[in-house]
Design a protein around this ligand. Structure first.
Ligand code: NI
Length: 135
């Protein structure tokens, strides 16, 4: 189905730069479809009850008092929603952890907030997406 849309010139110029950055394999129409799918995924993920998968990336100092133990304990408490985790030792002090979660969107965000709110976690971010069943 064709769908045309009027767009201000300056917006189109900037959009074409984005299309160019995505490489030769993508044209305007394909990038527009990607953006629409992104918006639909975001909307789906915000719908209570939706099943989502999320990656939570955190950075912390492993010397911080009993932090590793707390993080470990949370992950055991919610092990049925934690698919996997990856630990990278960044230097003598700092660690990066990527935790993959799967479950109802509100629960995934609650678990992420519990981890992000643990004293000693310096920064982090949860990225959620759907389980891929979007047309
Ligand atoms: Ni480490």
């Amino acid at each position: 189905m064709r769908f045309s849309v009027a767009m201000p010139e300056d917006l189109l110029v900037r959009f074409d730069r984005l299309v160019a950055r995505r490489g030769l394999a993508k044209n305007r129409s394909e990038v527009v479809r990607d953006l629409v799918r992104d918006a639909l995924v975001e909307d789906d993920c915000a719908t209570p009850g939706a099943e989502v998968v999320g990656t939570l990336t955190i950075v912390f100092d492993h010397h911080a008092s009993d932090l590793q133990e707390k993080l470990h304990s949370i992950q055991h408490d919610y092990c049925e929603f934690i698919v996997s985790s990856l630990h990278v030792h960044l230097d003598q002090h700092m660690c990066l952890e990527v935790i993959v979660l799967r479950g109802e969107t509100g629960l995934v965000q609650d678990i992420a907030n519990l981890i992000l709110g643990t004293k000693g976690v310096q920064n982090g971010r949860l990225v959620v997406t759907t389980t891929g069943h979007l047309a």
